[in-house]
Design a protein around this ligand. Structure first.
Ligand code: GLA
Length: 368
């Protein structure tokens, strides 16, 4: 008898718990659906919540193919007032063969932006990746420092002259700082030219288009050790008035970085009196290279919203120093993180889902 009534109570408790969970989930879903319905009935976008006057430009990095996809162009136009070409302005896209400059694809992105009143961020003039090997060769031999610097100058001058008045800011040098104990990355640029290639790149850029904002761009720029090395480089560049800002890429994840790491870095860079831009923001759902592939569960979605919320809190706090926040991708249907650092591991790092609908993270960052 006692056993039976215990069983009944047990069952009752289980049932209550179950009903609670179901209705709570239903509430969340309905809540989100309601927000999406309202969103679909309006045309207000990110750039209206974060105006350039009060906050910063909102940007998105896209491949050329997006400009022929109406659903995507609508989404871009609604939310963003700055565009970065994902690959089309890199060295190997613009000057694969020495002396032959190919602007067709980059020009199409610029024309799309111009037609829609969107600014263009140039990315990037000098990097160790996506560069043709001829830069570092002289016949069969390694090119001299003079030859490499001359090629660098020619590239930067030609490209920036072509895009003068159309590209408002450039990542002049990308990822030149070492992740380990050295100061500079041991790239071919560095092996041949030492740090002079960085300074020369900025000099050429300043001369080619004095009106363009010049940025040094890097990842993990909030990591204290790397941050301090970047800072020292910026001091050198600033002494010659060669740099206008630091681009912090912002390839972050649902657990990293903390608000404190971000604000410490922002404070350090801002003390130089330069602009801060987040240039390649995405928030991976994986916190390590070895995390197994996951489905995008409610729990992960919630963690991601919390991370986005934390990041944008910091961005708003530093709104007087930050002039741009660019996402590295438009929606979860297309992201480089599906193949990096693990090939074929699906990721969901952006504000819009695979169907281009806004995710909870979107509603989180516009709610302030
Ligand atoms: C770096 C570069 C970008 C892009 C990403 C990966 O962050 O700066 O241009 O190549 O890697 O997509």
């Amino acid at each position: 008898m006692l056993k039976n009534s215990r069983r009944v109570i047990h069952l009752f408790l289980l049932l209550t718990f179950y009903i609670g969970v179901v209705s709570c989930n239903k509430d969340n879903t309905t809540g989100l659906q309601k927000k999406i319905d309202e969103y679909n009935q309006s045309d207000v976008g990110l750039k209206d919540y974060y105006t350039p006057e009060d906050y910063f430009y909102l940007g998105v990095a896209i491949p050329l193919s997006f400009i022929d996809n109406q659903k995507k162009t609508n989404l871009m136009k609604r939310h963003f007032n700055s565009i970065t070409a994902e690959n089309e302005m890199k060295w190997s896209s613009l000057q694969l063969t020495e002396g032959t400059f190919t602007y067709t694809n980059a020009d199409k992105i610029v024309a799309f932006a111009e037609a829609n009143g969107i600014k263009v961020r140039g990315h990037c003039l000098c990097w160790h990746n996506q560069v043709p090997s001829w830069i570092f060769k002289d016949g069969q031999a390694t090119a001299s420092k003079e030859l490499v610097l001359q090629r660098l100058r020619t590239h930067i001058t030609t490209i920036m002259t072509h895009f003068k008045g159309k590209v408002y800011a450039w990542d002049v040098v990308n990822e030149a700082i070492d992740d380990g104990s050295s100061v500079y990355r041991n790239s071919q640029w560095y092996a041949i030219c030492g740090e002079d290639y960085i300074i020369e790149a900025f000099r050429a850029a300043r001369e080619a288009d004095p009106d363009a904002g010049l940025f040094y761009n890097d990842y993990t720029a909030i990591d204290p050790t790397k941050r301090d090395k970047i800072y020292d480089l910026l001091v050198k560049l600033k002494a010659e008035d060669l740099v206008d800002g630091i681009g912090l890429q912002g390839h972050w994840n649902i657990g990293y970085p903390s608000g404190l790491l971000i604000s410490d870095a922002f404070n350090k860079y801002r003390s130089l009196g330069i602009e801060l831009q987040i240039t390649e923001l995405d928030v991976s759902v994986y916190t390590s290279n070895t995390d197994p592939e996951t489905t995008y569960t409610d729990a992960i979605e919630e963690k991601q919203s919390a991370a986005y919320s934390r990041f944008f809190n910091e961005f708003r706090t530093f709104k007087d120093d930050i002039t741009g926040v660019t996402f590295w991708g438009l929606a979860d249907d297309y992201t480089w993180l599906d193949n990096f650092p693990v090939r074929g591991r699906k990721n969901y790092p952006l504000l819009f889902d695979v169907n281009l609908d806004p995710k909870p993270a979107y509603f989180e960052i516009i709610d302030f």
